[in-house]
Design a protein around this ligand. Structure first.
Ligand code: AMP
Length: 408
C-alpha cells in the first residue's frame, strides 16, 4: 500500500514560518515562548487576509489552531495603535463564542500571544457574578471575549459599549446556531458599527451557516482545513473497553493482525507516546514517536520512514500530528480518548480519505467514559463495542474502583 504523507517540510509553501507571515516581533516572541515553530494550515490561510483587513469565513474546528489564526492578526492590527498603560481604552475587537470554556480558552490565548503588546483583554460569560467583569470593563479593555447571554445582559445595563468595534469574530458559528444563540448574536451585532472587519469560524458549513455568513460578511475570503465531519460516516469505528494498565497489551494483541498495515496511534501526552513506542519496539513491532520534544530533523526522518513503510506504527500527540497530511492510512488507534470531542473527529478523519475504507479503533478506560459520552453526543451516533477480546474492563463502577484501589 502506498502511504502518501504530505509533510510540512515537503511542501515549501506550508513550511512558512510565522516570520514569513510578517508577524511583528512582540507577537513572534510570544509564539516562540510557546514553542510554536510552524503555523498550522488554518493559521497560514487566515493570518494574511485578516492582516489585510479582509472579511474571512473559516471552516475549521477546535484543535486546528484556529484561535491563534484570528487572535494573532487581531493583536497585530490593534497593537499598532495600542494605548499607553494609563490612557482610556475602548473595546476595539469583540470575539463571540458559544461556551464559557471556549471563552476562557480564547481569552487565555489572547493573553498569551499578546503578552508583549500593550493591549488589554477581558472575558465575560454567564453563571458567575458579574462584578469582577464590570470592574474589568471599567478599567478598559481592547479585546473582549464573550458568550452571547451575559454580553446582552451587560449591554442592556449600559455597562458595555461596542460602538468602537473594528474587528468582530463569530467563533463556532454552527454551535451558536445549535444552542439557539442566533437571535442574541444578531442583537449584539446591531450594537456594533456597520462598517467593520468580520471574521467567522464554523466547524461545518451547512446552508443555515452560509445564510448567517452572508448576513454578516462582506466579500469574505473563504478558507478551510480538511473537512473531517464526513469521516463520522465513512470511517468504521470500533470501541474496546479496557483498563488503563492493559491498554499496551491490547495494542500488541491487535497489532498481531497483519491486516493493520499502517497505524497512527494517538496518545494524550508526549511521555505516553514514548512509552507506547518503547513497549512496541520491545515486542519487535516497528514503531516511532512524533511529538513536540523531537527536533524538526528527527520528525522529518520519522515521517519519511512511515511513508516508506519501514515504520508500521506512528505514535503521535494531537499537536504533533496536526501538520501532517496522511492519505491512504488504514488504521487510526486512539490509545487515549481525547477530552475534546472535536479532536476525536479530527483524528479519525486521518483515515478513510478519498473514499478509501478506514478503520478507527478506540480504547476507553473507566476514567474516559465521560469523554466517550461527549464524543458520541457530538457525532449523534454510538461506536460499535467489541467485547470479545482478552483484556475486558474490570473496573466498572466507582465503588468497585475504590475497592480495587484499596486492594493495591
Ligand atoms: P485551537 O484549535 O485554537 O483550540 O488550538 C489547539 C491547540 O494547539 C492549543 O493548545 C494551541 O496552544 C496549540 N497550537 C495552536 N497553534 C499552534 C502552532 N502553530 N504550533 C503548535 N501548537 C499550536
Amino acid at each position: 500500500m502506498i502511504i502518501q504523507l504530505t509533510q510540512i517540510l515537503e511542501n515549501k509553501r506550508e513550511y512558512m514560518k510565522f516570520k514569513e507571515l510578517n508577524i511583528i516581533e512582540p507577537i513572534l516572541r510570544a509564539l516562540q515562548k510557546e514553542d510554536y515553530e510552524v503555523p498550522t494550515p488554518i493559521q497560514e490561510q487566515a493570518i494574511p487576509p485578516i492582516l489585510e483587513r479582509r472579511d474571512v469565513l473559516g471552516c475549521a474546528q477546535t484543535g486546528t489552531g484556529k484561535t491563534a489564526a484570528f487572535a494573532v492578526p487581531i493583536l497585530q492590527l490593534l497593537s499598532q495603535k495600542a494605548k499607553k498603560p494609563n490612557e482610556k481604552r475602548t473595546i476595539k475587537s469583540l470575539v463571540l463564542t458559544p461556551t464559557r470554556e471556549l471563552a476562557i480558552q480564547i481569552y487565555d490565548s489572547f493573553s498569551t500571544y499578546g503578552q508583549f503588546t500593550r493591549l488589554k483583554y477581558g472575558v465575560i460569560y454567564g453563571g458567575v457574578s458579574q462584578n469582577p467583569q464590570e470592574v474589568a470593563l471599567r478599567k478598559g479593555i481592547d479585546v473582549l471575549v464573550a458568550t452571547p447571554g451575559r454580553l446582552i445582559d451587560l449591554l442592556n445595563q449600559g455597562l458595555v459599549d461596542l460602538k468602537n468595534i473594528e474587528i468582530f469574530v463569530l467563533d463556532e458559528a454552527d454551535r451558536m446556531l445549535d444552542m439557539g444563540f442566533l437571535n442574541d448574536v444578531k442583537k449584539i451585532i446591531k450594537r456594533t458599527p456597520p462598517k467593520k472587519q468580520n471574521v467567522m469560524f464554523s466547524a461545518t458549513m451547512s446552508p443555515d451557516i452560509l445564510k448567517v455568513a452572508n448576513s454578516i460578511l462582506v466579500k469574505p475570503v473563504s478558507i478551510s482545513v480538511a473537512p473531517v465531519s464526513s469521516a463520522v460516516d465513512t470511517v468504521e469505528q470500533y470501541l474496546y473497553y479496557v483498563d488503563k494498565k492493559n491498554k499496551q497489551s491490547l495494542l500488541h494483541h491487535l497489532l498481531r493482525d497483519r491486516s493493520i498495515v499502517s497505524a497512527l496511534v494517538f496518545t494524550r501526552t508526549k511521555h505516553g507516546a514514548d512509552k507506547v513506542v518503547k513497549h512496541l519496539l520491545r515486542a519487535n513491532i516497528n514503531a516511532a514517536a512524533i511529538h513536540g520534544n523531537k527536533s524538526q530533523g528527527n520528525r522529518q526522518r520519522t515521517l519519511a520512514n512511515f511513508k516508506k513503510g519501514v515504520t508500521r506504527v506512528l505514535v503521535a500527540t494531537d499537536i504533533a500530528a496536526r501538520g501532517i497530511d496522511i492519505e491512504e492510512l488504514s488504521h487510526v488507534i486512539n490509545f487515549d480518548l481525547p477530552n475534546i470531542s472535536e479532536t476525536y473527529i479530527h483524528r479519525i478523519g486521518r483515515t478513510g480519505r478519498a473514499g478509501l475504507e478506514g478503520i478507527a479503533i478506540s480504547f476507553c478506560s473507566f476514567d474516559e467514559k465521560p469523554y466517550l459520552a461527549d464524543i458520541e453526543k457530538l457525532m449523534g451516533k454510538r461506536i460499535s463495542v467489541i467485547r470479545d477480546h482478552p483484556y475486558p474492563l474490570l473496573i466498572t463502577t466507582p465503588s468497585e474502583k475504590k475497592a480495587n484501589n484499596r486492594r493495591k
